[in-house]
Design a binder for this molecule. Sequence first.
Ligand code: ADP
Length: 469
Amino acid sequence: MSSTKLPILTKSTIRISAWISGVIIVLYLLFNFFTVLILDHQLEERLDHHLTHEIEHFMNAFYFEGDSFIMINPAEFRESDLVEITENPFFLQIYSESGKLYFRSENLNSHSPIPLESVDLSDDEYHLKNLMTGGEVLRCGYKKIVNTEGRPTAILQLSIHKATALAVSTNILLFNLITFPLILIFIVFISIFIARKSYQPINRIIEISRKISTSNLKERLHFKADPADEIGRLRDTLNDLFDRLEHQIGQITQFTDNASHQLMTPLTVMKTELEFIQKKCTREGCKDSLIILDEQTQRMTHIIKTLLILAKDCKDCTDTRTVFNLKRLVEDDIKQLFKEYNINYTIESEVLLRGNKDYFSMVIQNLINNAIKYSPADSKILFRVISKNSHTKIFVEDFGIGLSDKDRDRIFERFYRGAAAENSDIPGYGLGLSLVSSIVRSMGGTVDVEKNKPQGTIFIITVPELRTD
Ligand code: ADP
């Protein structure tokens, strides 16, 4: 009966957020991977360009005559980048294929040796490759040297530290890895935001639909949406459904209303006639039959009156202009009606409620009647009224036969009677609680049912209070 409060993260929101987060994370990782890959490739290209340029430069600073290495410009070979381990040093080695070393830059004395790799020198191209030495990555360029007679004589190897270039992309990767948890949290929040945003129109539809189904069948879903898109189509389909529902319910209500009215007239006549015959009849046998007939007529009148109220969905109960004092109602009417029973009343304070006093009296009477009916004779019943957060709560507690879980879900249905009630021949026709729920709902309230301890049932009515302060 009471409306359930939705959690901030519903299962659907979590599912959609997980999908969005997953996709964004994969895209983020792919983006990083390719950024580093492209950056690495570009840096390597720049290094290679630099290396080939420098090799070209050195090639003009010497020549080979036969097997003799002759420097043209010795100053080139004494540049600081070849002598010391500067920020970006060059390591130069000139050697023959058999391993004979012609030149070795001075800075290699204080550096781990670079192997004299024998590369395929059948062409005149530059050969470039990575080499690991002393835990460092070097980018090495090779070039074939021919002597003055045109015979391939030696190999020039120029190496450069790759680490400096690599550092940039490594740093980017490291930065991204360290910041990943933060980015992950950010992505999850963004995903939840997107998921909640995309469910917003659906939640609005649910909210309005719920209002339509419980209070006003005339209301419709009104919000802007393209009739061709999903939300627009859902709105139109639901509005069509509400149209048909309103029409059908209208017909049923009209029928129940008409039928009840039509039945009330002959019943009233029958009751008057019965009272008249009862007064006239003196024969014992006939008196008993008349008493039974009278009881049954009263029973039918009660059922039809209840059906009349239910058929109108308790429209007369919601009299917003009238206010009544709940404490007075209990003290003056209810206590008087149930004075023979073992009922303990606790009413904390004066409570003013908006609505029809007679209908609300029916609510209390029904609940107390049930508590009496479904408990052993003279069993204790507790009637409590408390005020909390501008709402009044009325508890009707009994220690009787109690309710099974299956029955608890259905007792507010019209004409539904619990198995225990049916089997133990307790009189009733399953309309009392439908009436209770209809009246309370029309006052903007709720009815809840709980198990009592050690046994029995607690009915809890919650209705909005009229503030007097
Ligand atoms: P009726 O009492 O006429 O059968 P109600 O609509 O008042 O109809 O109640 C519906 C059903 O709910 C009952 O048949 C009974 O099974 C169950 N019920 C109601 N009140 C109680 C209660 N206080 N304890 C146990 N069962 C109850």
